[in-house]
Design a protein around this ligand. Sequence first.
Ligand SMILES: C[S@@+](CC[C@H](N)C(=O)[O-])C[C@H]1O[C@@H](n2cnc3c(N)ncnc32)[C@H](O)[C@@H]1O
Length: 247
Amino acid sequence: MGSPTAPHPVLKKYYESESERRPFVRALFDDAAEHYDWVCALGSFGSGQRYRRSVLVRSGLCPGMRLLDVATGTGLVARAATRILRDPGALIGLDPSGGMLREARRTLSIPLVQGTVEELPFANNHFDFLSMGYALRHMADLGVAFGECLRVLKPGGRVLILEITLPSSRLGQRVFRVYFEKVLPRIARISTGSAKAELLMKYYWDTIAGCVPPDMILGVLKSSGFIDVERRVLGGLLSEYLGRKPV
Ligand SMILES: C[S@@+](CC[C@H](N)C(=O)[O-])C[C@H]1O[C@@H](n2cnc3c(N)ncnc32)[C@H](O)[C@@H]1O
């Protein structure tokens, strides 16, 4: 079993217990970092960066704000944000994986910090906006993670969490499953020659399939202290969770 607000149960196919989740996830991203942008483009059919920029704008990110991009990885959300903020000093990227941060440094000149969302190394009330792209499934405990997000935001500050969600229709789920479970890992393996890239995509599917339902994520955001909590869904697949820190 996982913790009370774990995003998915322990996945015994990959690790034996909750305590092994964090080292497994870190090694997974360290080992596949060089292939991440490519496999990510395969998974999003090339629309990823356009989408990341548009959701940031729609959610209220604008010049003059100070942004923390949690789980920045190779910096895909951060790169989209720099085009909006137009000031590399206005945002910080954070990620536990040294390999992912190394890749991010190749294209970004923003401050990049190694750390986890569960223990953010920042002062209280510091950021206007906090983004977290496609990493919710890797947290050990959603309550702890959201509590930290709330702490570092200024009063009135906004959180935006992007996630992939299983389609609600049976047919949608079947198509999604075939592509993400069977096709995508194989394409990742063939196109990169890397078993690590294939493993990353297999794990991607298993965490999506095992993820707690959106209502639970909304509930934990609320119980962590966020207000104006909502979920927007695009194309039945892309979930955008939003919330605000009370003034
Ligand atoms: C799928 S990648 C997403 C990267 C980027 N946000 C994007 O939109 O492409 C997930 C990232 O979450 C990071 N991660 C895993 N566990 C984390 C944690 N506890 N705190 C913060 N980041 C974490 C991983 O190292 C990885 O870089």
